[in-house]
Design a protein around this ligand. Structure first.
Ligand code: NDP
Length: 620
């Protein structure tokens, strides 16, 4: 089935210069002077999320003292894929150290009503072919994803390696034994030859530093620690205990979009405090078609992931011959652009012209989404407040078939708090916005995760030091320094995963797989070659830094124009050093692209000499 371009307002219907100005005004009023520092650590408020696990009983056990080959820090998708790839490479002596009571990471913690993945499950859920599993629908719910994490754990025998309910509290390279000493909240002394950091980017819930946040005398919790004891029901709804409760929701990001319809249905009254509206398209979730499944041949998932990457992410015109297999809101702009270029006979365009055309498609799609709001939400003031005024790549796009509709309910009120302060104050009785106090019984913080705050704060690992007590936090304080984004000089046998100086793409699990596949291969080779230390040379690292800088696609102007959010480091704040504080959600990626990086890694492995890494054998 071919995927058609969407119908969007014509270029004549939209006034791009006027909209550009409007986008700027909307951005300016939301630029928080403190940027990422506006958020406070949960532990400083009313809940120590690092310590509380609502889903599993506390783990009580004696401290462990052991020597292993590899310690994997984190048991979310990246951690379990690292375990899987180590198993495949015959590296059997490893531990997966995970703070939750099971595998899953953010999918273990996040169980709010309505939880689903916004990325297509056939691309997002990893190792589908290896495990012979096909998701039940285009967008999987949280339970199915968690089940799949468990399936991976069982399939690769990872449960025997797991230390659940365990938080890594310190990491230090011990030169005398040439191993990492891994300390935990259970007093363990794990001496690991290698460490793989698989900590993800949504590992820590964050809270806005709203004055008075501790003074509220009702009930409050974060969307990533849903309290079903209080609300009743489960992830599929039925929050019956809220029938006589007034509930405030703070935030309207991807989590809130999914939660609000459930609250609207069950709570006595819901106040949704919105600083910046999300773009919300139709969901279009459909059960998996068994006939389509029959057509899938070997390699289908990687092929589909590649298709998703190209149509949603890579800023180059898709080839005319390839079709958009994903066909949803992630790929719409490129699809519409491709149709236009096709009609023009795919001319060779200078980049400025190409990007100008892409920008026009972006404006048209966003206008379509604003009109969508108008067509659904009855009250015109509410509808106006729900319209997103920024470019598509500024914030994570959302889709939901009930979110906007929920504002037509008499028991649901949108409270527009669209200045940088957002919510003004929390009192013992409720939430204050624009001088009005909204008395509530419960406040739910759908305020996201510590994605852009300082690394030490996000990890909570202290000390975290390589050779000669060199702190990783200090080493990276003024910018990443890595070899291939995964290793760093001064940090032997240490591997880092995530958005660093590696390949970046819209499908995070594909990125993790690319990285852990490479890391597992290096560890296997190092062990096979009798090495006890593997570390990039200074020269190799400097060379990689140059490659990253020379190939970088400078998107500073785009990020500056964006409304603030975690995708651009909260806009960098509103101070004179804004530019410096801007952060691109994807780190400092390899410019030629995700699949070019994959090829680079493959060629490096094929070359076989581990160029750039220095290996040391067991000492005399
Ligand atoms: P987000 O960071 O996307 O949203 C946080 C919300 O809190 C924003 O709307 C933000 O407003 C608001 N906020 C923060 N401070 C204040 C304040 N002082 N006053 C009022 N509002 C405030 O978090 P989410 O949990 O929604 O999503 C995080 C990410 O996690 C997603 O983008 C996605 O990557 C992942 N995720 C994916 C899911 C999926 O696939 N369905 C589900 C859940 C999470 P503002 O925008 O103005 O800063």
């Amino acid at each position: 089935m071919s995927c058609e371009p969407t119908e969007t307002p014509t270029p004549q219907e939209i006034d791009i210069p006027a909209l550009r100005e409007k986008y700027r005004r909307e951005r300016d009023k939301r630029l928080h002077p403190e940027g990422s520092d506006q958020y406070v650590e949960a532990a400083e408020t009313f809940a120590d999320y690092a310590e509380v696990d609502p889903h599993s009983p506390p783990v009580v056990r004696d401290p462990i003292s052991e020597e292993i080959d590899v310690a994997i820090v984190g048991g979310g998708f990246s951690g379990i894929m690292a375990g899987a790839r180590l198993e495949e490479n015959g590296v059997g002596s490893f531990r997966i150290i995970e703070s939750g009571g099971d595998f899953g990471g953010v999918w273990y913690w996040n169980r709010y009503p309505g939880i689903q993945c916004d990325n297509e499950s056939y691309c997002y859920i990893p190792l589908l072919e290896e495990l012979d599993y096909i998701p039940r629908a285009k967008f999987s719910d949280g339970a199915e994803i968690r089940e799949h994490c468990q399936r991976i754990g069982k399939h690769f025998g990872l449960y025997e390696a797991a230390l659940f309910g365990t938080r890594v509290s310190s990491l230090s390279w011990d030169e005398s034994i040439r191993r990492w000493r891994v300390g935990t909240n259970h007093g363990d002394d794990i001496r690991a030859r290698f460490v793989i950091m698989c900590v993800g980017s949504t590992n820590r819930p964050k809270l806005p530093g709203i004055p008075g946040i501790q003074s509220f005398e009702g009930h409050s919790f974060h969307s990533a620690r849903w309290d079903y004891e209080y609300t009743g029901g489960d992830a599929s709804g039925g929050l019956h205990k809220l029938c006589d409760k007034r509930v405030a929701v703070i935030g309207t990001g991807a989590s809130a979009i999914q939660v609000v319809p459930y609250l609207g249905r069950d709570a006595e009254h819901v106040y949704v405090f919105q600083r910046t509206p999300s773009s919300v398209d139709r969901r279009g979730n459909v059960p998996t078609d068994p006939e389509w499944v029959k057509t899938l041949g070997p390699g289908w998932q990687k092929e589909r992931q590649r298709n998703f990457h190209q149509w949603s992410f890579e800023p180059s015109p898709p080839g005319a011959a390839e079709t958009d297999a994903i066909c949803d809101f992630w790929t719409e702009i490129n699809r519409n652009l491709a149709a236009k270029l096709e009609a023009m006979g795919w001319p060779e365009l200078p980049p400025e012209q190409y990007f100008a055309m892409r920008e026009e498609e972006d404006y048209r799609v966003m206008e379509r989404l604003r009109r969508r709001v108008e067509s659904i939400v009855g009250d015109s003031k509410t509808a106006e407040a729900l319209k997103p005024y920024y470019r598509m790549g500024c914030k994570r796009p959302c889709s939901n078939d009930e979110f906007l509709e929920t504002f037509n309910r008499p028991n649901v009120t949108l409270v527009d708090v669209s200045t940088w302060q957002g919510v003004e104050r929390i009192t013992e009785n409720g939430v204050v916005a624009s001088g009005v106090e909204y008395e509530v019984d419960c406040i739910i913080y759908a305020s996201g995760f510590e994605v852009t705050t300082r690394l030490d704060r996000r990890l909570g690992i202290e000390p975290y030091e390589g050779r000669d007590g060199l702190s990783l936090y200090e080493y990276w304080a003024d910018g990443l320094k890595t070899f291939h984004g995964m290793t760093a000089h001064g940090f032997p046998n240490h591997f880092y995963t995530g958005f660093t100086q590696a390949g970046a793409g819209g499908n995070i699990t594909a990125m993790y797989d690319q990285q852990v596949t490479h890391i597992a291969w290096i560890i296997k080779e190092a062990l096979a070659r009798g090495a006890v230390v593997v570390e990039p040379s200074q020269q190799a690292q400097d060379g990689w830094g140059r490659t990253i800088r020379e190939t970088a696609i400078d998107n500073t102007e785009f990020l500056l124009e964006c409304t603030p959010g975690y995708w651009n480091g909260e806009g960098g704040g509103s101070g004179p050093d804004r530019r410096k504080k801007l952060r691109f959600i994807f780190g400092e990626p390899y410019g030629p692209g995700f699949y070019a990086f994959e090829q680079l890694l493959q060629d490096w492995r094929d070359q076989g000499d581990l160029e750039g890494l220095v290996l040391e054998a067991e000492g005399p």
